[in-house]
Design a protein around this ligand. Sequence first.
Ligand code: 9D3
Length: 427
Amino acid sequence: MKFDVLSLFPEMIYGAFREGIVAQALKEEKIALKVWNPRDQSQDVHKTVDDRPFGGGDGMVMLPEILNKTLSQIPREKSSRVIYLSPQGQKLSHQKVLELKEYQQLVLICGRYGGIDERFIESFVDEELSVGDYVVSGGEIPAMIVIDAVSRQIPGVLGNKDSAAIESFSGGLLEHPQYTRPQSWNGKEVPQVLLSGHHEKIETWKRESQLSRTLERRPDLLVGRDLKKPEFEKACEDLGLRHRIAVGLVHYPVYNKGGEVVSTNVTNLDIHDIARACRSYGIDRYYIITPAEEQLSFVGRVLEHWQEGRGIQYNPTRKDSLINVRLARSFEEAYLDWGEKDALKVATSARQISGPKPVRFPQLREIALKKPVFLLFGTGWGLENTFVRSMDLLLEPVWGRSPQGFRHLSVRSAVSIVLDRLFGSCY
Ligand code: 9D3
């Protein structure tokens, strides 16, 4: 791997790699590094490399032609990528590092001042990379981060001893805590299992610490992983974290078209489709809530048909999708039946309603790892206002992107979208 860096401060880059793992790799020629200073291409007496931005604004903008001349000097390998380090770029990740290590050459452009002329980016830059959502003084330190992270992935750069570290982020988990001598220090002991010499138990302990640390400190890293897997369930259990979610489909009190508070009819589609969505997303219970006796007996007959009656022969998987379905006469009854005493009551609504604390999807995603959540959906024209005000939180509405502001999802669609946003694995 060859790294070529365009920078007004070559000594920052060279200096960083005079010691350490990357320095060793340079010495052994496992990688190569050269810094190119745009100032060397400047013709005038002042060695100008930048100018004031058209349209005004802070900082000075690096001149495109100077950058072009500097870039043209660099001998290029067949497989080469030009990267501009900038706050506007994609965020660097382990995935990106693995992608970059496949090139023979990375040309890293460091900006200073107010950035560089956009036309140079359009003409010569393959991609822009950021190192995170905070401001640093220039592209040099971000370029060093790229060089360091990519170098570690080049075969032979890490000794055998360290090469396990290559895995560290691929596992997608944080590392377990480390201990060294003495066994007892500052009144604290090294965990007994690490001294036991029992290899298998030690490995289990390490894995469990990784899981519980990640759950506690970086639940975002677990987005998209199957938290219902036994090892996660155990780690969650140990920490008192478990996805405990109930969904309630409320048929009373809800509004009708005319804004009156009514009790709606239960529909066959809502029974089955929402049950299947709930099963697919690991929801513990799906309550169909209606005070109307004839509605309750209708649902009872439907459930009986698929769970015990002739429906079993017709479609055996229906039974499985319906095992978490329950009937309740009111929300209170459902809440008591579920038995999660400190469950958060979370209403959903397409309308903005004053009262309960609004909560956004990413927030609720994290809350749901720590507390049981009862999610309520209204049929008809939505949950009645005082009912919504009796809840702990109001989930933000699902915003689509209809240019005319059309926003009339069926409750079945809304449930699926909400479940996927809260528990789905798109990232
Ligand atoms: C007028 C300039 N600034 C307004 C806030 C924007 C700006 C441009 C360039 C601020 C800092 C910088 C220097 N930073 C980088 O070049 C940079 C960077 C960063 O600041 N954060 C995260 N990743 C990166 S990659 C390059």
